[in-house]
Design a protein around this ligand. Sequence first.
Ligand code: ADP
Ligand code: GLC
Length: 492
Amino acid sequence: MKILMVTAEAVPFAKSGGLADMVSALSIALHKAGHDVRIVMPRYYAIDRAKAKKLEGPLGVPLGNQEIWTAVYETVMPGAEGLPVYFIDHEESFGRDGIYGVPGGSDFPDNPARFSVLCNGAFQLCHKIDWIPEIIHAHDWPTALATVLLKFREESRGFAKTAGVFTIHNMGYQGVYPKSFYPLLGVGWEHFLAAGFEDWNRINFLKAGLSSAQMLTTVSPTYAQEICTFEGGFGMDGILRDRGEDLAGILNGVDIEVWNPEKDTYLPKNYTSRTFKVGKAANKAVLQHTMGLDIRDDVPLISMITRLVDQKGIAEVFAPAYGCLYQICADLGVQFVVLGSGEAWCEAEIRNLEGKLPNFRAMLGYNETLSHLIEAGSDMFLMPSRYEPCGLNQMYSLIYGTLPIVRRTGGLADTVKQYNEETREGTGFMFDFLTPKSVFDTVAWGVYTWRNSRLKFATMQSRAIKARQQFGWDIAAGKYLDVYRKALEKKA
Ligand code: ADP
Ligand code: GLC
């Protein structure tokens, strides 16, 4: 099958979160299964033109009633010979450091125009390289327009047999903008309807994608149910219930080449499900040293790696006078490590707490190497998300024998199994209601188990490490192929 992924981010080229991991890993898995997959994305400043090949001639892209001129660079996905990645190069739109906005700041106000260049450019590119995909697969609001253009404009321009698939990675970001941008998108005002772009007289990109694609997917089965409810739908639950038959929840996989404690090159010591005790102890000592914590094996170490945004439950952990972190560190006598970046108040409070608590250490910023060491060297991993479409770190944690402490929501509910003291089953510690007290109590439960039931804790760790087979991308890729086939049937 010929599949074009249209995306704002993909590892290793540009990443703001798990979407970038998902797009590349899915593309690689489909490519390995013998499909002709290609990726198109913007050329941000961070992407070095010198490492890519420039396609001959410019690419004209319609933008409102003008045509703008862009260049296209092509490279190959590392580790997947024959999987091309095309970068649309347009200085005015993408010649910036951020993907969606100034790093750590607000979103770029001209995002509708920028992502219109990407989505319109994707179709122009297909014509230029004379390659018409059977599937256009768009991800989140920035590329939702691709499925809209496919439905309303491109059918008569060679894409009559192409079907659109739209994956929701996060309902919380919808791309809502003033309708003054509408003329730049390439679809007529007759489509500015409540059953499409129109949202209280503004443009809503996500909504347009939800109404246009032949098939919709999201990144876990539980999240697929949650977004059809008033609480989880962010205003889109009605449309999603309406399209219930066209919506599939497919759990993301994990890139086992990168996240595997047996061969992870970032780790001071590799380990397996049999050698994890020695292996994790060695990594824990290096982690403690790196973070400036006392090197002790008689104290449990709990960690978080996260974007510091409301979705991740950060208020319940870090908010001044409200969050439970101080209590966790002061009363439970654990060591606690955080790696993350995001909202300014949270970063400031983390610095403040670090000054008060000798057993709490944070690294503010993005750090791939440290993220691997944290996964390997911690005993437990906290993810108290308000909502979590899939979540990758709880899966990394399981694979690394680091027991997750999570809220039972979305992909967290689909991947972690609650510990049962009687039967000794389970792979982690879960709670339902997001309050500082339940976060504290569940962390305390994990700490109690670590201190008093070491054997049970170790049994869970070994079971978690072995859960790796469930998270292979080959399983998810097979399910996406089913979705693609259904999308094509609908189009026929
Ligand atoms: P989301 O996409 O909502 O942020 P996910 O759990 O799907 O959540 O993916 C987050 C990804 O980003 C994971 O691969 C995680 O390890 C990584 N990550 C997040 N923050 C950092 C950070 N500060 N340093 C290194 N990696 C990070
Ligand atoms: C989003 C979600 C996250 C998911 C990721 C990849 O960023 O917040 O839960 O894992 O997309 O699909």
